[in-house]
Design a protein around this ligand. Structure first.
Ligand code: FE
Ligand code: FE
Ligand code: ZN
Length: 296
């Protein structure tokens, strides 16, 4: 099982800090943003820190081929009004990801913001065709979305159409988010078969493992802790342990747990505990309390 979570990437320690955080959760992979997800200001990558991080990864059985970078979600490839910015930022981000030695970049395909679905999809394809190069080492993984607002790519048929229309083949693949596919209307029990039938499992390169706060088809996109949402522990375990998916990195993006500390409310990461529960294959109803007690 290749499992990890979203971790931070901070100025002073960069990738070293991300690896340390992943290790503290007993992960063997992780995902991070190279800067704040809601903006595009990025610090230069320090190669000496990257080298140090790679040593730490080697010592802890983390294969960098399973590590994921998530592109900032403020870029909207579906909106051609920002095309120049989208293309130039994505190109820079790919360079940064390559410099770090990571080879998977998850990208939200974006929202059509009133342009209509067809126009939006056309824009995404045009943007990607400008970004994708023959010699690039990074695979862009389009994330399956919930269909909130005018969000595109919640329908597997659209994703298939998109990847079929990328001129340079094999550089654009898919990241499946369990919360998003549930909210998009797919039945979690059969969603992997459905994905295989329409897109093909050979195109699946990353899985985001999240429970959902909302019912199937709600088009909402609000993540819940593993086993505490409408998808449920057993359905998530069936996906995580699906033999066909055993070489695909699985990334948790579940919400932090809040805890009152006097007047203040503090939040703590659930990942160490959720990963342990997943490895044990046994639901812990007391998980959230256990987390609050651990972080004293
Ligand atoms: Fe995402
Ligand atoms: Fe996700
Ligand atoms: Zn989400």
């Amino acid at each position: 099982m290749i499992i990890g979570s979203h971790v931070s990437f901070k100025k002073d320690e960069q990738l070293v800090g991300s690896v340390k955080e992943a290790i503290s959760y007993n992960s063997n992979t992780f995902m991070f943003y190279t800067g704040a997800p809601q903006n595009t200001s990025r610090i230069p990558i320090d190669d000496s820190l990257t080298l140090k991080a790679k040593k730490l990864m080697d010592e802890n059985d983390i294969d960098i081929n399973n590590v994921i970078v998530h592109a900032p979600y403020i870029i909207n490839p579906a909106n051609s009004k920002n095309e120049d910015f989208n293309v130039s930022f994505l190109k820079e981000e790919i360079k940064r990801v390559e410099k770090l030695g990571v080879n998977k970049l998850v990208l939200h395909p974006g929202s059509h913001v009133g342009l209509g679905k067809e126009e939006g999809i056309k824009n995404i394809i045009e943007c990607l065709n400008k970004v994708v190069k023959d010699d690039m080492k990074v695979t862009i993984c389009i994330e399956t979305m919930a269909g909130k607002g005018t969000e595109l790519m919640y329908d597997f048929n659209d994703i298939k159409y998109l990847i079929d229309n990328i001129k340079i083949k094999d550089k654009v693949k898919v990241c499946l988010d369990t919360c998003h596919v549930n909210d998009a209307g797919y039945d979690i029990k059969t969603v992997i078969d459905e994905f295989d039938k329409i897109i093909g499992l050979e195109n699946l390169k990353c899985i985001h493992v999240n429970d959902s706060k909302n019912d199937r088809g709600a088009h909402k996109d609000r993540h819940e802790n593993i086993g505490f949402g409408t998808i449920g522990f057993d359905n998530l375990i069936n996906i995580i342990y699906d033999e066909r998916l055993k070489n695909i990195p699985m990334i948790l993006e579940t919400p932090y747990i809040s805890k009152k500390d006097g007047e203040k409310e503090k939040i703590y990461p659930p990942y160490k505990f959720e990963i342990e529960m997943i490895r044990n294959r046994k639901f812990n109803n007391n998980l959230l309390e256990d987390i609050r007690n651990y972080y004293k």
